[in-house]
Unconditional design. Structure first.
Length: 202
């Protein structure tokens, strides 16, 4: 049976952003990116007064990690998870964690994301038993950015901040990446940092 909430066409993303803040139906923007893990082959020369740290141009590739970003633009909270992959199951597990752990009391989460083929209710049904998948779908309202319009996803802006403040350097392994991202997330959430959004529907 179709979810009744999915029978009407989704509203344009900018219209969704204009809705009044409702803690029972929080707006959450979701995006993901990857990070190449890089080990040093020679010891780094530490920074000194007036001299930045120096790295050798050679490095050793150590795999790639995926990062899921969930950002609530009106509430100022973000949740970032580091995973090995970005499969349908990985996305589905992230959605379940979002609803169960971060918004357990919300009636519904209004989720804005791009049109990646893993970002669908089918991923939930392929990952979980039917009753759990239906329960998750009943608490979700999907809105997709238009084709070639992923920049309308506010989570993409927050990912740019994460990259600029935390990921724009060599990180050797997934454990270090997870630790550094968790520290960044904690600091940003303590500040309740928000994106200064200037677009409108005119």
């Amino acid at each position: 049976m179709l979810n009744p909430a999915r029978r009407t066409p989704p509203a344009p993303v900018l219209t969704v952003y204009k809705r009044s803040y409702d803690p029972d139906e929080p707006l959450v923007c979701m995006d993901e990116t990857s990070k190449q893990l890089v080990k040093e082959t020679r010891q780094t020369v530490p920074a000194e007064p007036g001299i930045p740290a120096r790295y050798d141009f050679e490095y050793e590739r150590n795999g790639v990690s995926n990062l899921f970003m969930f950002y609530e633009p009106f509430g100022g909270d973000r949740y970032v998870s580091v995973t090995d992959r970005r499969t349908k199951k990985d996305w589905a597990l992230q959605i379940k964690e979002l609803l169960d752990n971060h918004y357990p009391n919300a009636r519904k989460v209004v989720l804005v994301m791009d049109n990646l083929n893993t970002h669908t209710g089918a991923s939930l049904h392929e990952t979980f038993p039917p009753d759990i998948a239906r329960g998750l779908m009943d608490r979700l309202e999907f809105h997709y950015t238009p084709k070639h319009g992923s920049w309308l996803n506010i989570a993409e802006i927050e990912l740019r901040v994460l990259i600029g403040q935390c990921l724009n350097r060599r990180i050797p392994d997934e454990q270090t990446l997870d630790r550094e991202v968790a520290h960044w997330q904690k600091q940003r959430n303590l500040l309740q940092a928000k994106v200064d959004w200037h677009f409108n529907c005119r």
